[in-house]
Write a protein that binds this ligand. Structure first.
Ligand code: ADP
Ligand code: ZN
Length: 233
């Protein structure tokens, strides 16, 4: 099963992707994480992407499609959860072509719906464990013991360089200009599945589980609709 987790920055894509990885053995393919890893490793790609990311703009389609292609070729076992990709119509076309070539397909695009005020609040308070990557929030999800990661016990935490007001405004603008059109694109393909992203991590996770159960149930309404969309070119 291959899923896209879709939504604006701060919608909770990464959190829900990690949940799907733990619960279903799927593989998370986050272009944001890949780009930050490239940056940390000081590769050519990482250096080229760093300034663009800090401004809150989109990295070139060629770079992110290249990263995804490389990763898909290594195999994805139980399936891939695309997180933060695709972000442009060109990337969506490229993903379709890549999966085609590998004899695979996209099963659903889960759109996490969250309003702008909630996004800004979520991102402004966001920090994560420097060792295991667990994501926290100053108010909504602090560590149980102050200064100690719940998951791995590390005491080193990081805040992303682009999680600041100026860069966030730019990221939201990029989202509405270049990424939001994908909602129509995937709706037309019969793949779009909206989920209310305003609840807590567990509530949103449960809504996604219910959706995936419906998709897996044989020959029910939604599944037939998806099949119809897949069979037409
Ligand atoms: P968020 O969704 O919270 O903005 P991400 O980690 O997904 O965080 O992305 C951080 C930054 O990485 C983006 O603002 C952009 O500069 C770059 N990036 C990530 N994925 C893509 C992509 N698919 N296409 C272009 N740029 C990307
Ligand atoms: Zn940790």
């Amino acid at each position: 099963m291959n899923l896209v987790l879709f939504g604006p920055p701060g919608a909770g894509k990464g959190t829900q992707a990690r949940r799907l990885v733990e619960g279903r053995g799927m593989v998370q393919l986050s272009t944001g994480d890949m780009l930050r890893a490239a940056q940390a490793a000081n590769t050519e790609t990482g250096r080229r992407a760093a300034a663009v990311m800090a401004r809150g703009e989109l990295v070139s389609d060629a770079i992110v499609v290249g990263l995804i292609e490389e990763r898909l070729r290594q195999g994805t076992g139980a399936g891939a959860v695309f997180d933060g990709f695709p972000r442009t119509l060109a990337q969506a076309d490229a993903l379709g072509a890549l999966l085609d070539r590998l004899g695979q397909r996209l099963d659903a695009v889960i759109e996490l719906r969250v309003d702008d005020a909630a996004l800004i609040d979520r991102i402004a308070g966001r920090f994560s464990c420097g060792r295991c990557g667990e994501v926290y929030h100053d108010r909504a999800r602090p560590t149980r013991v102050p200064g100690v990661c719940d998951v791995c016990g590390s005491t080193g935490f990081v805040r992303r360089a682009d999680d600041n007001a100026e860069s966030l405004r730019q990221r939201l603008m990029e989202y509405y200009k270049k990424t939001a059109p994908l909602i129509g694109y995937y709706h037309a393909k019969g793949l779009l599945c909206p989920v209310d992203g305003l609840g807590g991590v567990e509530a949103v996770g449960a809504a996604i589980d219910a959706l995936l159960a419906r998709l897996a149930a044989p020959r029910r309404g939604r599944e037939r609709a998806l099949d119809g969309a897949r069979e037409s070119p």
